[in-house]
Design a protein. Structure first.
Length: 395
């Protein structure tokens, strides 16, 4: 049986955390927290130097501490905003601060509006606008001026968050539309291929029936063998016809020339040789007792290997690949791996729709598909396709 290699991370999700060493924040969250603290420190330092002639060390420490809750802003946005405002209140009561609506408050409020509903967003904005003014009594400006400034800043933050939410929804809608279109195109292609396979079996059935009729009186044994073959072809054609109806062939283009015979596992050596000539050294390893596979299963194995090697050449860069085909008693397994350092930067991150076609083909046969980056580097594509007891006589 095929040996499954460990897969790290979550395919298609950059920066996904797994295992026991996961941090409660991402690198981007840390950079945002550091950036907000730096902006606030610069503003506080300049303002204090102008207004007071010195920079209170306590104020600098409290500004840095108030930015730390931003590390958890994605997991608990409301609690993060509350912590930022409370630490800001401590700062206000300890050291006079000219800048009330600082960068840390902006980031925390922006995260809440992006992730929560309208009621929570409005409440958070009102609190974020008013709470930083608590405890500020030493500045000569009228309080209404500070309130108007904070209110304007809060409105701008809310507008920016709403615009970003709408933009992300449009991007997601377009992505789903493209994915659905790719699925539909792949299903039509699978349907055309299955149509050719079913037509081949029906033609075989016709020939076998004619041979059995011609030999029925002269050679009953030959007629019996022809009828056995006819029975197997009939079962295969019926099963693949059901698959064809599931896929619902639609929108076929008129072909000017007859289609070539569909490839199968017998063509794996050819495609591996083509991969080597294209600059990707590739090895083929066949395990288990080789036997004929149903045409649709062989075609699925071929397409999976073809797509995996194509993407390895695109994204793996200077790597080596291996193809392993394993015949089991009730399944056939195919595994394609490469050792490229950049393999997970394109194919596995969802930049194309090759995985969509693979998954459609595997699901059609009731199998399973596993894809993802490997711990030691490179990328894995592994599929298992079940075989019924009476399959394996025709190709």
């Amino acid at each position: 049986m095929s040996t499954t290699r460990p897969v790290s991370g979550t395919p298609g999700i950059p920066g996904a955390l797994s295992g026991g060493d996961a941090l409660p924040w991402t690198r981007n969250d840390a950079l945002v927290a550091v950036g907000a603290a730096a902006v606030d420190l610069i503003g506080f330092t300049l303002t204090s130097q102008v207004e007071r002639g010195s920079v209170p060390a306590v104020g600098c420490v409290l500004l840095v501490v108030s930015a730390l809750p931003l590390l958890a802003r994605r997991r608990a946005p409301v609690l993060t905003l509350a912590a930022v405002l409370l630490l800001g209140l401590v700062l206000n009561l300890s050291v006079p601060v000219e800048q009330h609506f600082n960068a840390t408050v902006v980031v925390a409020l922006y995260t809440v509006i992006r992730s929560k509903g309208a009621a929570v967003a409005v409440s958070a904005t009102l609190v974020a606008v008013t709470m930083p003014l608590v405890g500020q009594t030493s500045w000569p400006r009228p309080r209404i001026v500070d309130l108007a400034g904070n209110g304007s800043a809060g409105v701008l933050v809310a507008i920016a968050a709403i615009v970003m939410n709408r933009w992300h929804r449009e991007i997601e809608a377009n992505r789903r539309l493209l994915a659905d279109r790719a699925v539909a195109d792949e299903r039509r292609r699978i349907a055309r291929e299955l149509h050719d396979i079913v037509a081949h079996h029906i033609t075989t059935m016709q020939l076998m029936a004619g041979g059995a009729r011609a030999n029925l009186a002269r050679d009953p044994e030959v007629a019996r063998e022809a009828l056995v073959t006819l029975e197997g072809s009939g079962r295969m054609a019926l099963r693949e016809m059901r698959q064809l109806l599931d896929v619902l062939r639609a929108g076929d283009e008129v072909e000017e020339e007859p289609t070539a015979p569909q490839p199968g596992v017998g063509d794996l050596e050819r495609i591996v040789a083509e991969s080597c000539r294209a600059g990707l050294p590739t090895a083929l390893d066949v395990r288990g007792e080789e036997r004929p596979l149903p045409s649709s299963v062989g075609l699925t194995v071929f397409r999976i290997v073809q797509e995996a090697l194509t993407n390895a050449r695109k994204y793996a860069g200077g790597a080596r690949a291996s193809v392993r085909l394993t015949y089991g008693p009730d399944e056939v397994a195919v595994e394609v791996t490469d050792d490229g350092a950049g393999a997970d930067s394109g194919f596995g991150s969802g930049s194309g729709y090759g995985l969509v076609g693979m998954r459609e083909r595997v699901v059609l046969h009731g199998g399973t598909l596993e894809t993802g980056p490997l711990d030691e580097g490179g990328f894995l594509v592994s599929a298992r396709l079940p075989l019924k007891a009476d399959e394996g006589a025709l190709r």
